[in-house]
Design a protein around this ligand. Structure first.
Ligand code: MN
Length: 141
């Protein structure tokens, strides 16, 4: 049986963190939790997760700093990074994607849709990794 994907959640708001961790656990994940950007970068670097869920406004290093670090490192840049943000202004989605986020989920968290939305990015991330594997030498396609 395949182990559940390893998900890192970076969020400084305790209520939001507890809700996201609760929902992920309900779906069988065992999320790693970081409460600021610096701790998130340390956890991601020491033990790269399969996906990162990242708040934008964070102490020490904000979400933009986190995504720019992760996307700037060869061993980490394939990890999908999903912004979780209350930003609602026109253009913010584009700004997040331009900064390197693979997608975003808006706050408040919708308990019914949160994990399924995350899982779509997980599948994309895994498909992307497969694209990067060397071609088979057996000649079978
Ligand atoms: Mn925050």
């Amino acid at each position: 049986m395949q182990l559940p994907a390893r998900i890192l959640v970076i969020e400084d708001n305790l209520a939001n963190m507890e809700l996201m961790a609760y929902l992920l656990k309900a779906y069988g994940y065992d999320p790693l939790c970081a409460h600021d950007g610096r701790q998130g970068i340390e956890l991601a670097s020491s033990n790269p997760p399969d996906l990162v869920i990242c708040d934008v406004h964070l102490p020490h290093v904000d979400g933009y700093g986190v995504v720019s670090f992760l996307k700037g490192h060869a061993g980490l840049r394939t990890i999908p990074v999903i912004a979780v943000t209350a930003l609602a202004m026109v253009g913010d989605q584009e700004k997040l994607l331009e900064a390197g986020f693979d997608g975003y989920i808006s706050k408040p968290i919708d308990p019914e849709r949160f994990v399924p939305a995350i899982e779509q990015f997980l599948q994309r991330g895994r498909a992307g990794e497969q694209d990067g594997t060397p071609p088979s030498l057996s000649g079978e396609e």
